[in-house]
Design a protein around this ligand. Structure first.
Ligand code: PEP
Ligand code: MN
Length: 338
């Protein structure tokens, strides 16, 4: 951290801040210029609120030179983290495909779609039981009954499941029913939920908030790791921009940026980014080419009759074709899709 004093700062003010920082355990490297003095602050500043320094009226500027996150930082762990969802490894050479409907709608629907996505190459089944809908009048999901259906298909077809947990109160029921706990975009900064997830050892799929920076997203992941749970997978699902021709804008650049900043695996959700089924295949290919460790894609047996997100859901045969396409892209970038 670098602190620049305002011109004309008195020596006693410089000394005041020096002793305050030394008391907090930092060492100071001072540089005295013709008109201003600069402090280089040496030490772990991750737990220090640097903006608080602006409370001193003689402080002109404070610059961070170290990232505010530690446990998710690649500088502290250079090797990639591999997260296991049952026996499915996410973050290794294999690109993992996750498929399934937006929501659990019935046992019959899940009995149709689960074997189909599995046969196409999905290693994990997705489906929401609690749906965070913009309108309170839209389908809200079947809650516990939906989770029971997920558990049933997971055992019947031998496939791990991922589903979104929206609140701390529901967590206990989720733990026995799903293999991967999804934190949705609207809950990325639900810090009470993140703290509870940090106490578990179950893997967490942390989606990017719809208007959050990569640094804010990594700080949310840091909450989970700080609690002791290292099993976090990041999911880029598109962000809010001025563009209206897609539901969100898929931030492809977040993949290489995250790969530089963190050791955590990164997957991409082209469905919620595009918001239209026509664009899913191109975005999936782009995500794999850019280095994503997996894809999570909405697939529905009858998108026209889906209770949520039918417009962005692939029919099973389109999903099957997409996985075939993606295998070719994966090979081209020296990855595999099992
Ligand atoms: C979902 O995966 O169904 C979902 C609601 O995603 P997001 O939180 O990214 O909108
Ligand atoms: Mn959806």
């Amino acid at each position: 951290m670098i602190i620049k004093f305002k011109e004309g700062t008195k020596q006693q003010e410089i000394e005041l801040l020096r002793s305050a920082l030394i008391n907090k355990g930092f060492a100071i490297h001072e540089s005295i210029g013709a008109t201003t003095t600069i402090f280089g602050v040496i030490g772990d500043t991750t737990k220090f609120d640097m903006d608080s320094l602006y409370a001193y009226d003689f402080v002109d500027n404070v610059l961070r030179v170290q990232e505010p996150y530690k446990k998710v930082n690649r500088k502290f762990q250079p090797a990639d983290t591999i997260v296991y969802v049952r026996d499915v490894a996410i973050g290794g050479k294999n690109v993992v495909i996750i498929g399934g409907p937006c929501a659990v709608e019935s046992k019959a629907q899940m009995d149709i779609i689960t074997p189909l996505v599995k046969a196409s190459g999905a290693k994990i089944l997705r489906a929401g039981a609690y749906k965070p809908r913009t309108s309170p009048y839209s389908f809200q999901g079947f809650g516990e009954e939906g989770l029971d259906i997920l558990k049933y298909v997971s055992e019947k077809y031998d496939i791990p499941v991922v589903s979104e947990v929206m609140s701390v109160e529901d967590l206990a029921y989720f733990v026995d029913k799903v293999d991967l706990l999804q934190v949705g975009t609207r809950n990325m900064q639900n810090f009470s939920l993140l703290k509870e997830l940090g106490k578990l050892d179950k893997p967490v799929l942390l989606k990017r908030g719809l208007a959050n920076t990569i640094e804010e997203w990594l700080m949310s992941a840091e909450y989970i790791l700080a609690g002791g749970n290292k099993n976090v997978i990041l999911c880029e699902r598109g962000i809010r921009t001025f563009e209206t021709s897609t539901r969100n804008t898929l931030d492809i650049s977040s993949i290489p940026v995250l790969k530089k900043l963190t050791h955590l695996p990164v997957i991409v959700d082209p469905s919620h980014a595009a918001g239209r089924w026509e664009y899913i295949e191109a975005l999936s290919r782009a995500a794999i080419a850019a280095g994503a460790d997996g894809l999570i894609i909405e697939v529905h047996p009858e998108p026209e009759n889906a209770l949520s997100d039918g417009q962005q859901s692939l029919k099973p045969e389109r999903f099957d074709a997409l996985v075939k396409q993606c295998r070719r892209i994966a090979e081209a970038v020296d990855r595999t899709i099992d």
